[in-house]
Structures are given as C-alpha cells and as structure tokens.
Design a protein around this ligand. Structure first.
Ligand SMILES: [Zn+2]
Ligand SMILES: [Zn+2]
Length: 246
C-alpha cells in the first residue's frame, strides 16, 4: 500500500505549542470530517448509501447532531432511520412474538446485538484513522529524510503516549528495519524526556498548593494537570482501536 505524505500539515503541527502535534492534527481531521458529513456530500447517492449502512459511532453522531446543521442532518437521518426500521423488522417481530421465558431473553439479546453492532461502524472514525496513518507515516519519513525536521522533532516535547505508540507501529511501513530501529530509539528517548518533563511540572504544581510556597513562581505549571492528562491519553482523542487498518 502506498501512503501519501502529509509534509506541510505535519511540519505546521510540529511548530505549534502543545503536548502532541498528532493530537492537534487529529482534532483538525475530526472537524474536517464533521464538515464533510454536514455539507452537500450528504446529497451524494454514494455517500448516502455508506451513511445508511455503516453510519456513525455514538460520539460522532452526537457531534453531528449538535453541529448546528439541522437541515443536512434531517436529510441524512431521514434515510438512516428508515434503513434502521427495515433492518430491525425481524428483531422487532421476534421480541414481540417470542414465548415468555428464555425465548424472550434470546430475542432481546439478538435485538441488542443488532443495535450494538451498528454502533461499532463509523465513517468519521474510518476517515480519521486513514489520516492518522498518513500523519504517523510522514513523521517517520521526514525524520529520515529531512535533517531540519529531525532536529526540530528531537528538540520538541514529543507526543501523547497513544500517538507515540501508533507512530512506532506505523514506522514499520515507512522505514527499512535498521533505520527504523534508530528511529524507535530516538523517539523513545524523546518520549521519556517529555514524560519526565510532565512529571516535573505536575510535581511543581502540587508543591504550589503548600503554604510554604506562597508567592513563589508557578513557572507555567498552572495547567500541568491538564497537560499531564493529555500526555497520557491524547487530547480530544476518540477511541480508534476498532478501526486500525495497518
Ligand atoms: Zn496525541
Ligand atoms: Zn466515530
């Protein structure tokens, strides 16, 4: 599979402040996807079929519903609800006609499977995962081919732990084994340094709540608790584990 490089967005994200450049890129990717599905694309027959069959996870359907595009969502959801009614016809008649006892439980269980299975698919999660792969791939390629990028990256704060792992995984698609080993070593050192920095910041934040430190300088650690949380799990991250395509 050929991966498309995303040099300019990755460079731009690396130059921005924050705990993780990939988190920043993924927040933009989510916004782009929401715009796509609230725009004129919902009228496209091909998109409509995909929306009806795959749909959206609860997180993204909620964001779409609250995005302030009532007309687009009404058009989209009209056919989604009709499709769901058709899909659920059998499970509905099973729960209504089953005999009391175990048959009822079985029918409810089949109905639940149908509902929960549908919640697993998500067109926005899929689009975001495709972008994530390209961004992680680009980080590895630029580290190998652009001296300036390597320098800026190695002097940066690194990544959130979630995206650090994804970059290491995807680097296998971008680099030959020997170069990859060097890249992984470099990223591991960077990540450890970033984590230690986060730990120092949170430590100083806790110290600042002690009376003996009244009047001392916060050293920019007023929001260390938030940055520590982002460092652990990523900022605004959705659970994309089900959509891995690597
Ligand atoms: Zn991240
Ligand atoms: Zn989703």
């Amino acid at each position: 599979m050929k991966y498309e490089l995303q040099t300019i967005p990755v460079w731009d994200a690396l130059r921005k402040e924050g705990e993780c450049p990939i988190c920043n890129l993924m927040q933009a990717a989510e916004k782009d996807s929401l715009d796509f599905y609230t725009g004129s694309s919902v009228m496209n027959p091909e998109t409509r079929v995909k929306v009806n069959t795959t749909g959206f996870c609860p997180h993204h359907l909620q964001l779409l519903a609250e995005s302030g595009h009532p007309q687009s969502l009404a058009v989209m959801l009209r056919s989604v609800v009709q499709q769901r009614i058709a899909d659920l016809e059998k499970p509905f008649s099973a729960i209504c006609s089953s005999k009391p006892g175990r048959a009822t439980d079985k029918a409810i269980s089949a109905f639940a499977d149908s509902v929960f299975e549908h919640e697993q698919g998500c067109l926005i999660c899929q689009r975001m995962e495709n972008r994530l792969i390209r961004y992680c791939y680009t980080v590895a390629v630029l580290w190998d081919t652009d001296v300036e990028f390597r320098h800026v990256l190695e002097e940066s704060k690194g990544f959130c732990l979630h995206h650090f792992v994804r970059i290491l995984e995807i680097s296998g698609k971008a680099l030959p084994a020997r170069t990859r080993a060097e890249f992984i070593h470099s990223m591991a050192m960077l990540e450890k340094k970033g984590l230690l920095h986060t730990a120092d910041d949170v430590e100083w934040m806790t110290q600042m709540y002690k009376s003996e430190n009244d009047g001392k300088d916060w050293n920019g650690c007023e929001d260390a608790h938030i940055r520590a949380a982002y460092r652990m799990i990523g900022k605004g991250r959705i659970d994309d584990e089900d959509n891995k395509q690597v």
